[in-house]
Design a protein around this ligand. Structure first.
Ligand code: SF4
Length: 446
């Protein structure tokens, strides 16, 4: 009887991912492994025998989302094994263990040992829903259809993991505790994985990791960097677009800009986190550059790729950030050629240097600063879109919202086109026409 969950051909599984592109990439890998082992992979939200929650812990809000999804998963599948993996599981095991219904908690180090752990778990308990679907003698599911795979093919962009971990220990960041020291995947594995993604139908690849600018893989005499990986991916038949995830400013080499400039398929788009436009705050954050050094990186980027998109992350309300410090940041970001940015309100993460810092900024002030910067970000985004109106750009469509088909241009402009004929995953040239007054996205026509 207890063989049920050990015999994957009859066990259904779903997975919910919270957090970044790296988590998404790792979730895809896990689901591929489940499929390869013959599990029945179902979309999250359907009743299953096992639910995996791949968690994030980057903010308090992320922790809270994780806890809510764990409870929701139990409501959706009351008899399922609930397995919690990932960053929140790595650093807050006790908090998760206190949630009723959690069967297994695996941090990042053990995430990919999931299958052996599931086996040992099944010896302890076997959910009734599995038992009744099993032939108790041999563990075969009583179905003629055999294993079926669903879900996870719904995205049009695939996240390709090349790197993990970070040892920068920025004062506010919990990620190094959750992900450990930097490691770079072997080139051979990355290229093999990219081929697999192409075979699954993906045409756009997003290169991802915790700190991908640290990518460095040495074999024999040769050391391979991020830009070399991009150049190798570009040679793979079937990949039409390559995008990079966020790259730390102090890890960027000019060779990266050169490879991007010379490529027809690497998107002219980078996300280069700033966090603060004030040297005092940058120092307190333990960021590894000054404003002048950051500005220099952006100058080089725009000299190689003058029309490219540029995004960033900014934290407001960091301990000790005065009104003057904030004004300096506002002026600094206003003067840089950002085409969008993400604003985060500082929140304490236990164990980080900043969580021990005095002079915490009052939440209403942080909220007000956040609103001011968000408005500035919207204005910059709008100005960038306006500079492209009347031009025709290729759009990779990924989602339908009512009568609008939505997608991205290579330079990361979100475009909506009224069309019934466009399908997800398709590319079309679109004339950019205007900005929707409600959603603020760019409108266009074929
Ligand atoms: S670079 Fe800083 S913010 Fe980014 S993951 Fe590493 S420690 Fe965190």
């Amino acid at each position: 009887m207890y063989l049920c969950i050990l015999s994957p051909t009859m066990t259904s599984v779903s997975l919910k991912t919270i957090g970044c592109k790296l988590n998404q990439s790792e979730s895809d890998t896990l689901m591929s492994q489940f499929r390869d082992k013959g599990f029945l992979v179902k979309p999250y939200g359907e009743e299953v025998d096992v639910t995996i929650i791949n968690t994030c812990t980057v903010t308090h809000a992320a922790d809270s989302d994780c806890r809510n999804f764990i409870r929701q998963a139990k409501r959706i599948s009351p008899k399922a094994k609930i397995v919690v993996v990932g960053c929140y599981a790595e650093v807050s095991e006790k908090e998760i263990a206190a949630i009723p219904g959690v069967d297994l908690i695996l941090g990042n180090k053990d995430k990919f040992k999931l299958f052996e752990k599931l086996e040992s778990l099944s010896v302890v308990r076997c959910p009734l829903s599995v038992k009744k679907d099993c032939d108790s003698q041999n563990g075969n599911r009583k179905t003629k259809n055999g294993p079926r795979t669903t879900g996870h093919e719904h995205r049009t962009r695939a996240f390709l993991k090349i790197q993990d971990g970070c040892n920068f220990f920025c004062a506010y960041c919990i990620v190094p505790f959750a992900r450990g020291n930097p490691t770079s995947l072997p080139v051979k594995n990355i290229i093999e994985e990219a081929h697999k993604l192409v075979n699954r139908g993906f045409q756009e690849i997003v290169v991802t990791g915790v700190n991908i600018g640290l990518y460095q893989y040495t074999s024999g005499e040769k050391t391979v960097y991020l830009e070399d990986i991009l150049a190798q991916l570009e040679r793979i038949n079937g990949i039409i677009r390559i995008r990079t995830g966020s790259v730390e400013p102090n890890t960027i080499r000019d060779e990266l800009f050169q490879v991007m400039r010379d490529s027809h398929i690497i998107c002219p788009h980078m996300h280069i986190p700033l966090q603060s436009g004030n040297d005092k705050t940058l120092k307190a954050m333990k960021r590894r550059y000054t404003c002048a050094e950051y500005q220099e990186v952006i100058n080089r980027y725009t000299s190689f790729l003058p029309d490219a998109a540029l995004g960033t992350d900014i934290i407001v309300g960091f301990p000790g950030e005065t009104a003057d410090d904030f004004e300096t940041t506002k002026t600094f970001v206003n003067n840089l050629p950002y085409t969008y940015f993400h604003v985060f309100s500082y929140s304490d993460r236990t164990g980080t240097v900043a969580s021990q810092a005095p002079d915490k900024v009052a939440p209403p002030i942080t909220k007000e600063r956040s609103q001011i910067l968000r408005q500035l970000g919207e204005k910059k985004k709008e100005d960038y879109i306006k500079s492209y109106l009347g031009k025709t750009l290729p759009v990779h469509f990924d989602n339908r919202k009512n009568n609008l088909m939505l997608g991205y241009t290579p330079n990361f402009i979100r475009v909506g086109v009224e069309s019934e004929k466009i399908k997800r995953g398709e590319f079309f040239n679109v004339v950019l026409k205007g900005i929707d007054s409600k959603t603020r996205i760019c409108t266009g026509s074929l």
